[in-house]
Design a protein around this ligand. Structure first.
Ligand code: MG
Length: 207
């Protein structure tokens, strides 16, 4: 099982990073290993190697078939359930990596950096259109991130088509589809609560 993550897929978030990069012209993707998973709304422990771990709330698409070189018009056959996740990011390490042109794994792929909702919801229950879903994240009860998947720069089907040119998608693979604006550092004692179309899927604490 692999975790595929898309970077800079919402224009307002790409701009808030202030790293001088232009909006991507093709999907930007990176991987996390299965050891990055944080399940069951277990608490997230801030790792000692970073002083600036950010939350990034994202729609997560679960791949349900083997897929290679899928055309965009057939990509929707590759999933029927969605959930939410947090792409925890050591922003200090990521900034250094970007500045030096180094890989992002230390910033993105560390243990428990991929929090995953215990529940996945069938897309049909949510209206059937993956590009018409609202999600939001509250930290300590305060709204921090709010978006519609209609705002994605690259749509889910385009992403699946693009990524599947390079690597075969397998049943159970997870696609983190990028985060909207509002990212910030987590602090010990924070509570993260995220809803998808009004359903609470994530609710866990930072330690
Ligand atoms: Mg992200």
């Amino acid at each position: 099982m692999k975790i595929i993550c898309i970077g800079r897929n919402y224009a307002d978030h790409a701009r808030e990073l202030h790293d001088g990069a232009e909006l991507p012209k093709e999907p930007l993707f990176f991987l996390k290993p299965d050891s990055a998973l944080l399940r069951n709304n277990d608490p997230f422990y801030i790792p000692s190697f970073s002083n600036d771990v950010h939350y990034e709330c994202e729609l997560v698409v679960k791949i349900n078939r083997l897929a290679k070189c899928v055309e965009p018009r057939f990509a929707s056959r590759c999933y029927d359930e969605v959930g939410l996740g947090i792409d925890f990011t050591a922003r200090d390490i990521q900034r250094e990596a970007i500045a030096k042109g180094l890989p992002w794994e230390r910033a993105k792929a560390f243990d428990h950096s991929a929090a995953l909702s215990p529940e996945f919801v069938s897309l049909s229950e949510l209206g059937g259109d993956v590009q018409r879903l609202d999600f939001q994240l509250e930290v300590n009860g305060e709204l921090r991130q709010q978006a519609s998947t209609s705002e994605m720069l690259f749509k889910v089907d385009e992403i699946i088509s693009y990524v599947s040119q390079y690597m075969t998608l397998k049943i159970g693979d997870l696609l983190f589809t990028g985060t909207p604006a509002g990212v910030a550092a987590v602090r010990q004692g924070d509570n993260l609560r995220a809803t998808l179309c009004g359903r609470e899927l994530l609710n866990f604490d930072i330690r």
